[in-house]
Design a protein. Structure first.
Length: 404
């Protein structure tokens, strides 16, 4: 399929901003987005926070490419995987095509995201079902590839730039695998296959890798592995598999949403340091910055201090509706979350003031006749928010009027 400047799909025609439907979705962002979001949840610690300025308004600039891979942003470029054109690099400001590279992999645009990527310096690691690749970010040329005998998710690739390694988790049969590969050649440094079933991705802190999953005895556990060798340091039982969220690593410990609470586990021995009670039901997503955890739960959004649990602010929503539509992301002054709000009538990406939770702007996916779907976490860069929407389209939001 040949590339056009944008491939804005028909379903985008009904997308509305803060004051109504957009007249022209084909335009550039006011400035080139700087800073980066180099992997799922921004960094290896999975904090989902970045020191960037979220735009004052969140109106549609451009849409294009495909969101088959959770987008990563670096050097003013958005990298994504297109179901027709393979790995694609887009100019982050304009949506213009920079380059594209075919992947030896069939993608199904009716299925949830099953490809993941992460950037180490000037190369992009991409994990697909059955294959792990390394590409040059400059021109998309392939550096190496290796077989990956299993199924990956949108959060399967974790990159650790200061150690020049990638950590890939995937499932094969009844086992949950982790491999550590060198960025230079893809050589496997170590592997771990102790757990059964899938976990909720990996997180890194200093020389520790943290992973969750089901042990051979059927217990849900948090495991701590040595980053250079994969050797087990400790293992700790946690909540049942349908009750815990993806973990986040910060100085105070490893944070995991367990039911309606956040548990904090010590880095050194895995013992529980604290349990923070939250008011909005099951925890779905956590972002952490500067001692504050921003928590998206099944019926609300809250900011709490960790590990002491002091509540800073809290917003409650109707618990009878499916409120959460994806993980949240946090910038310098704003919290950006994909949620369903009764007043908007459809799923929306909403920016809240970081200091008190006041709503700044929203971008609604759909209208009274048809609602769209948000496939992934918002990706933040200075002056821009990128989202992957149905049917798998990368959308750029920025500080634009609706009539520009």
């Amino acid at each position: 399929m040949s590339w056009t400047r944008r491939r804005v799909l028909a379903s985008m025609a009904g997308v509305c901003g803060a004051s109504g439907c957009l007249a022209s979705p084909d335009r550039s962002l006011p400035t080139a987005p700087t800073s980066g979001w180099n992997q799922s949840r921004c960094d290896a610690q999975k904090t989902a926070t970045s020191d960037v300025t979220v735009p004052e308004r969140g109106n549609l600039a451009w849409g294009g490419g495909s969101g088959q891979m959770l987008s990563v942003v670096a050097d003013q470029t958005v990298y994504t995987v297109d179901d027709d054109d393979g790995l694609t690099a887009l100019n982050a400001q304009t949506g213009e095509h920079r380059w594209q590279t075919a992947l030896d992999h069939d993608l199904d645009d009716t299925e949830p995201v099953g490809v993941s990527g992460g950037i180490i310096n000037d190369q992009l690691l991409v994990a697909t079902r059955g294959r792990l690749y390394s590409f040059s970010t400059a021109d998309g040329s392939e550096r190496w590839q290796r077989k990956l005998p299993g199924h990956v998710s949108s959060i399967s690739t974790t990159v650790v730039p200061d150690r020049q390694i990638g950590l890939i988790d995937f499932t094969h049969g009844q086992k949950y695998y982790i491999i550590a590969v060198t960025a230079e050649s893809g050589e496997i440094k170590w592997r771990d296959s102790v757990l059964r079933g899938g976990g909720r991705g990996l997180a890194v802190f200093d020389d520790h890798v943290y992973v969750t999953g089901t042990s051979k005895t059927g217990e849900e556990v948090l495991r701590c592995l040595e980053i250079d060798t994969g050797e087990l340091i400790w293992q700790q039982g946690i909540a049942d598999t349908d009750r815990y969220s993806t973990h986040v690593c910060v100085t105070s410990g490893v944070l995991i949403g367990e039911g309606a609470d956040i548990s904090v586990y010590d880095h050194s021995d895995g013992k529980q340091r604290a349990s923070v009670e939250l008011p909005h039901g099951r925890v779905r997503s956590i972002a952490v910055d500067d001692g504050t955890a921003f928590v998206l739960s099944e019926s609300g959004l809250a900011a709490v201090s960790v590990p002491d649990g002091g509540r800073q602010w809290s917003l409650s929503r109707n618990p009878t509706r499916h409120f959460v539509r994806g993980p949240l992301a946090v910038g310098r002054e704003s919290v950006v979350a994909p949620v369903f709000m009764e007043s908007l009538g459809c799923p929306a990406v909403v920016a809240f003031e970081r200091i008190d939770g006041t709503r700044r702007w929203h971008y609604t996916l759909g209208d009274d006749f048809a609602c769209g779907t948000i496939w992934s976490q918002p990706v933040l860069a200075d002056g821009a928010v990128f989202i992957d929407t149905s049917p798998h389209t990368v959308t750029a939001l920025g500080d634009l009027s609706q009539q520009d």
